[in-house]
Design a protein around this ligand. Structure first.
Ligand code: ADP
Length: 528
């Protein structure tokens, strides 16, 4: 039961702190003991909203202590926590709330205007609970509105956590819908607990009681990579940044709360390292940084490890895999190499952790060799890999393999490397060109901040790559092509380069290639 985690933290680590930057402004601090009491009050208060076992409860919230209480109060009571990504387009947000069948929405103050705009489309919602105290309750056109702190006061701390089937659903999260409508993934108490235990081990995120963790990865994104659970299991201090995710605010928390470990997508770390360079500040307490969600640029690994003495843990996963699938740590024979010789392995997505298995197969589902060269469809199976999507048929084959939609290689030491997503590779005259590889090479040039490569139809080659890039300094097309030709084969070079002010991003901060393909649907290469 997920409730066993909060019971454990409350009993054995009662004085360990949870520190949150609140939406109202000030820093909030309390202990696991206080959190345990409030989570029980919340769980008992839910019945006054008519919530019973199996009912879906939506949240629209930043990382904070009230959101954490919902993680335990809702799932612990037997209801299902649906963390809605507030960065979805309004239409998609209404779609996921309705599709999940949410009955109640808990919202941060930030998202009230958004909900007011959507309320006519949310026919199932019986109550809105605003995650604040009486003093900060706003005027709103939403109906059936409650104040979070008053709901807690109405509950009792003598509430007993119920015991039920470990396979019962505990939470759900929708994929960001980069292709069509978002799809719902449902996690169980069992899958969530096993995932959190497996992710804590040294070959995983290596979480221990000495850690103070800054959880930047949103609680609305795959249960904050499971760390909302793993931190309590290990008695770690947990720091939650609220809405402020700029470099300065993140550094302030890392420094003040002496954080040893933090987790986020590359975009966040780009902002932090930018701030560190400008301000001359350092990271004296940080030991490890977990980066995943999209490929970690080599320059970022170098910056953290060489400039700030922080070890990078590169991780791969997806909503469908809870999310952890592979993590990169170097085996002893690789540790012995010098830093430059380690780099080709460091940039890979890493090795599977116990509990999840991965394989690569060709179009006929034939196994491909682990030689670091052959690439094919990446499949995963295991205790925390989904068997299907909410309201849809099973998504796994007879042997339990789930097709991730990623294309990857696996080398002789078992290190997996994502070379692309199935729908993003450029199919040029029977050969595949990795869009990710071209992007990585392009951003290796100091005058390029960000780059995206998409396939454009070509009369001779079927498809050829178009590079769309954001400049950091003065640079011309030919200079960039010249630079890239030193790193990749000539036939892989983009046929053209466009410079833009910014690139479109989706709800989880990833490049939105669907939009780019749309924007450039009429584009034709000069030689076509
Ligand atoms: P969506 O599938 O909607 O983008 P997810 O957040 O579940 O939402 O994204 C999972 C995908 O993100 C993976 O299938 C993979 O393509 C990409 N991804 C995750 N981690 C990494 C990584 N470390 N390197 C490269 N790609 C990654």
């Amino acid at each position: 039961m997920i409730s066993s985690i909060i019971e454990f933290a409350e009993r054995w680590y009662p004085d360990v702190e949870v520190v949150s930057r609140s939406t109202e402004g000030p820093i909030h601090r309390y202990t696991y003991k206080e959190m345990g009491v409030r989570a029980r009050k919340l769980a008992s208060g839910l019945s006054t909203l008519g919530i019973t076992a199996g009912d879906r409860v939506g949240t629209l919230a930043w990382n904070g202590y009230r959101h954490l209480e919902l993680y335990y109060g809702v799932s612990g009571s037997g209801a299902v926590l649906h963390t809605v990504n507030p960065r979805l387009f309004a239409e998609q947000m209404a779609y996921v709330i309705n599709h999940a069948g949410d009955q109640v929405i808990f919202t941060d103050l930030t998202f009230i205007p958004l909900l007011e705009g959507l309320k006519d489309k949310l026919s199932n919602i019986k109550h809105f609970v605003i995650m604040t105290d009486r003093e900060h309750m706003p005027e709103t056109s939403l109906k059936n509105v409650h104040c979070y702190e008053e709901l807690l006061e109405s509950g009792t701390e003598n509430y007993q956590w119920p015991e039920f089937d470990e396979n019962a659903p505990s939470s759900m999260c929708y994929t960001s819908g980069t292709t069509g409508n978002p799809k719902g993934v449902v996690y169980s108490h069992r899958s969530t607990l096993i995932h959190a235990m497996a992710s804590s081990v040294p070959n995983g995120l290596n979480i221990g009681g000495l850690d103070s963790i800054l959880l930047v990865v949103p609680q609305f994104h795959v249960n904050a990579w499971g760390v909302s659970y793993a931190a309590l299991m290990n008695g770690c201090k947990l720091v939650l940044p609220g809405p402020a995710m700029d470099g300065k605010s993140i550094h302030e928390l890392l420094d003040r709360e002496k954080c040893t470990l933090s987790l986020a997508v590359p975009t966040i770390w780009m902002m932090l390292t930018g701030y560190l360079r400008e301000s001359g500040k350092t990271l004296p307490y940080m030991k490890r940084v977990v980066i995943g969600g999209s490929a970690v640029p080599e320059a970022m690994i170098r910056s953290f490890e060489q400039d700030y003495d922080v070890k990078v843990i590169h991780a791969w996963g997806m909503t469908e895999t809870s999310p952890l699938g592979t993590l990169n740590f170097l085996m002893p024979h690789l540790q012995e190499l010098d830093y430059e010789a380690q780099m080709p392995t460091k940039i890979k997505q890493g090795k599977a952790i116990f509990g999840v298995d991965i394989r690569i197969v060709d179009d006929e589902n034939k196994l491909l060799p682990h030689d670091g060269v052959a690439f094919g469809k990446l499949q995963a199976r295991g205790h925390w890999v989904t068997s299907g999507y909410h309201g849809e048929e099973s998504a796994i084959d007879a042997e339990g393999w789930f097709d991730t939609g990623d294309v990857a290689t696996i080398d002789k030491d078992g290190y997996m490397m994502i070379t692309d997503r199935t729908k993003d590779v450029i199919k040029s005259g029977g050969e595949w060109i990795s869009s990710i590889e071209l992007e990585n090479v392009a951003v290796g040039h100091p005058s390029i901040t960000e780059a995206a490569v998409i396939a454009i139809a070509h009369p001779k080659w079927d498809e050829r790559p178009l590079l769309i890039a954001v400049k950091a300094g003065p640079i011309e097309k030919d200079e960039l092509l010249d630079y890239m030709s030193k790193h990749i084969a000539k036939w892989q070079l983009p046929n053209d380069i466009m410079f833009v002010e910014e690139l479109p991003h989706g709800a989880t901060g990833k490049l939105n290639k669907l939009k780019l393909r749309d924007d450039y649907s009429d584009y034709k290469f000069p030689d076509a």
